[in-house]
Every structure is written in C-alpha cells, then in structure tokens.
Design a protein around this ligand. Structure first.
Ligand code: G6P
Length: 367
C-alpha cells in the first residue's frame, strides 16, 4: 500500500498532525484508562527487581530516552544510565548480570543501536526495546517488546515516532514505579488521567500551526539558534535544535538553561534567536532568570510556555507561543509540537527538501 501525504505539502507535516491520533493509539496499548492503571506487556523477568536501567539510542530516539530517564528516576527512583549507541560499547560499560538494558529506535535497524543491544545481551542484560517497526531486528531480539504505534514514518526527521516513544516511556516509568512500591493506586490513577489528556493537549498545540508559520521569518535568516530548557525540557531543547539543524541547515544548539552562562552566552547578540522551552512549574523561575540574562545581552527570545508562564515572563519577548496548561509529565509530549512546527516552517521558507534532507538517511545501517 502506498502512503500518501493527503492534503499536506510534506510527509513531515502530515506526521506532525497525526500525533494526537497515534499517541492516543500508543497509549491505548499501555493504559487501562477506565481502571486508572498502566499495564505494560508481561516480561519474563520481575520488574520489581529492576534496580538499574541502561538506556541506549541514537538521534531523536536518544532524546526521548533522556526524557525517559527523568521520569524513571523521578517516579520509580531507579537510576538510569543513558548513552548514545555509538559510544556505549566502546566505553566498556559496567553492566551487572541480570540488569535491564532498554533500546529505543523508530526503525529497529540502526546499526549502532543493534550492535549495542547484542553487546548488552552478551553481558547478561535483559533486553527491552521501544520500537516502531514491529518486524524489525530489534523487535525480534527483545525479551520485552514495547511497541510504539506511530505507523510508518516517512519524513527523515522523526516526529510522531518521538512522541509515541515518550508515551511508552511515561507508561514504563509509571509501571516500574508501581512495581517498586513507589506509587499508590490513587497516585497512579491521577497520572493515568494526565496521560489520557495528552492527545487533546497536543491537538491544541497543533492549532498554533499558522501562528508558528508566521514566526518562521524571525528564525530563517539566523546563522545560529539556541534552544534552552531545564529538567525534561532540556532534552526537548536538544531535540528542537536537532530538528532545526536536520531540515533547515541552520546551526542550532540545545543547552540546559542553567549551563548557558558557561559558554553559549558568549554567542548571544541580536542576530541569535533563542528559543526558550519553559512550561510553568517548579523550574520556571530559574529558566526565566536565564532568559533574562539572554535579554540583557540583546538576545531575541521566542518563549514557549502556558498562559501563566507567558503572563509572568512573556513581555519583551520577540514572540511567544502559548501551550495549554498541562501536568509536567505530559509537557514534553505537548511542547514537542511547536518545536517541530517551527523547524518545519523555517525549512519550508528556506526551500530545503524537508522530507529528504541532504546527507541524512531515515535509517542508518552502517556503524
Ligand atoms: C537517523 C534518522 C533520525 C533518527 C536516528 C535514529 O539519523 O535520520 O531521525 O532519530 O537515525 O533512528 P532510529 O530508527 O534508531 O530511531
């Protein structure tokens, strides 16, 4: 069956717009909304005994893993190590017999990730895989298969597979937390209710498509763009920068907001747009104070936050994008949308080949 773009100009746009649907589809396999429970497939090992997780992935899937690390450590209090696959084997990681190694991949075929998986198995690890292609090598080699239900992703720059990976990782974090006695049934019900709100909140984020398109001329002429975030929004800053680099060929860097003063602040002048990803919450004030440091140096800020956050800090920004107010657990799923749309519209304005960017491949099967 051939897949069509429908009424979208590019597959990437279609895939961004599909996210509320495919994230809902993915969540349905992991969440029993009525019972207020998360249920990941049964594994042939005891989740309650997992006391360390080793995560490995590449590219966008790696950033999903970084968000997952925040969630697993926060909710389940299980330490997580995370590596890019091309580094993992060569640093000779310390892997204790019977540990859980988790591999994240859209394609399930990325050579570095697959080699890392086989290395982990040789070291006696249990293998869990979050993968979008159910017939892939990684899916076949897993002890615990955690599929994403994004459907075929054609655009080389990953969008819907990423948010579906986040949905699965959130479910896994909650499941681990319960298995480890870290969540009461009541707390789990609350989290499940928040997860169930994600697709609708993502749809609201997509409603900003036209507004974000109108902002593209603010970013398209830049030579460098900086993305800032804290906590789980730090990997979102990395992912935002990666999306922009991949499809618009503008140099972009994602930075932990608090780390900016240790280097990238030297780059700031009025030619460097700075995209700040800052849902309101416990880390908001700190991020805003980093944002003020940018402003004091003439930097032009695009702030992505919710109504409360924008009321507090939106003034004086070059532009703002208002996201619905959401629970911190689902914020990365929602805030993924505006960073994807911004990269997309900047690339379209620059006239690049959005679905097939130069030098990149959808699935990299060489090491
Ligand atoms: C390539 C793609 C990226 C993707 C990465 C990892 O570089 O262009 O979009 O994130 O591979 O791919 P995987 O299939 O393992 O998630």
């Amino acid at each position: 069956e051939t897949i069509s773009k429908g009424n979208h100009a590019h597959f990437m746009r279609k895939e961004i717009f599909e996210q509320p649907l495919v994230v809902a589809q993915t969540l349905q396999s992991y969440v029993r909304a009525f019972e207020g429970e998360v249920a990941i497939p049964a594994a042939d090992f005891d989740l309650s005994k997992v006391d360390r997780v080793t995560m490995v992935a590449c590219g966008t899937s790696f950033y999903a893993g970084m968000v997952g690390k925040y969630w697993i450590e926060r909710f389940a209090r299980v330490p997580v190590d995370i590596d890019v696959a091309s580094e993992f084997r060569y640093r000779d990681p310390v892997l204790e017999e019977g540990g859980l190694a988790l591999f994240i991949s859209q394609s399930g075929e990325t050579a570095d990730t697959l080699a890392a998986l086989r290395h982990a198995r040789e070291q006696g690890q249990k293998i869990a895989v979050v993968v979008n292609v159910p017939t892939s090598s990684m899916a076949r080699e897993a002890d615990l298969l955690l599929p994403t239900r994004a459907g075929p992703e054609i655009g080389v720059a990953s969008t819907k597979a990423f948010t579906c990976q986040l949905a699965v990782l959130a479910a896994l974090a909650v499941n681990l937390a319960r298995a480890r006695g870290r969540l009461t049934a009541e707390q789990e019900r609350e989290i499940v209710a928040h997860l169930a709100e994600a697709p609708e909140a993502m749809a609201k984020a997509i409603d900003h498509d036209e507004q974000i398109k109108a902002m593209a001329p603010l970013v398209a002429p830049a030579r460098d763009v900086l993305y800032l975030g804290r906590g789980p929004d730090y990997p979102m800053a990395l992912e935002g920068a990666l999306k922009l680099k991949e499809i618009s060929y503008i140099h972009a860097e994602g930075y932990a907001a608090g780390e900016m003063k240790h280097g990238p602040i030297a780059l700031i002048d009025d030619n460097v747009p700075v995209i700040v990803i800052a849902p309101s919450g416990p880390l908001f004030d700190k991020t805003v104070s980093n944002m003020q440091e940018v402003r004091a140096r003439g930097g032009k800020i695009i702030l992505i936050s919710d109504a409360d956050g924008l009321a507090q800090a939106g003034e004086g920004c070059l532009a703002t994008i208002e996201m619905p107010a959401v629970h911190e657990l689902i914020a990365p799923l929602v805030y993924a949308v505006p960073v994807q749309l911004l990269a997309y519209h900047v690339a379209v304005l620059k006239g690049t080949d959005v679905d097939q960017p130069r030098n990149l491949a959808k699935s990299v099967t060489v090491e």
